[in-house]
Design a protein around this ligand. Sequence first.
Ligand SMILES: *Cc1c(COP(=O)(O)O)cnc(C)c1O
Length: 243
Amino acid sequence: MTSYLSEEEREALRERYWSVRARMEEACRRCGRRPEDVTLIAVSKTKPVSMIEELAALGQKDFGENHVQEIVEKEAEFPDVSYHMIGHLQRNKVRKVVGKAVMIHSVDSLRLAEEISRCAVQKGLTVPVLVEVNVGNEESKYGFTFDEVEEAAARMALLPGIRVRGLMCVAPNRENSEENRPLFRKMRELSVDIRGKNTDNTEKGILSMGMTKDFEIAIEEGATHIRVGTALFGSRNYGNTES
Ligand SMILES: *Cc1c(COP(=O)(O)O)cnc(C)c1O
């Protein structure tokens, strides 16, 4: 996976990075939030480690990946940053990612949560996780419906190897991303609701939402973690593994 960036590529990457950072700060200013309260997760899926290293040199610490194999390989090659698992996770791959990813954002079933907990306990770890919400009720997407989230989170909270830290969603891909604003707002409300009924194993403060097209709106609606790929790294060239 070694590849070298030309000076132009590095320059372009740095410019995109500072532009995203500036847009984040601007969004925070608009809604009276502190920039340090919003974590940028640079979604580096399909992109080479050289690009991760380049951003790391600028101070970027958190990276997002959606395939277990890619996290495992990149973590082995460049362990100096934090990798977040943000894509759909199959139960038979959980073992590989536990201990490599700092947080698993995409917990979309109770059985998956149980498997993560089991592997974590075996390894003597506690894994921070987020409950994925299918905010647009899309068939193509994973996650619990709004109605299911509270009970799912309560059950997950009883598992010994995980800590439920909050909620995550992949909002619908829309022409006009303003249409996602009410969904982000609903996520925020749900998070506040659930926190009101806190149990020992749950701190549901994290809201992982907002991507290239809608991260500013997500920040205005309370996102604590945004996951940005294209705006940082440029478009992705997929073979056949888009997910
Ligand atoms: C790819 C991906 C992103 C980043 O998407 P962009 O539109 O390129 O910013 C964010 N979250 C998840 C779960 C993804 O799979």
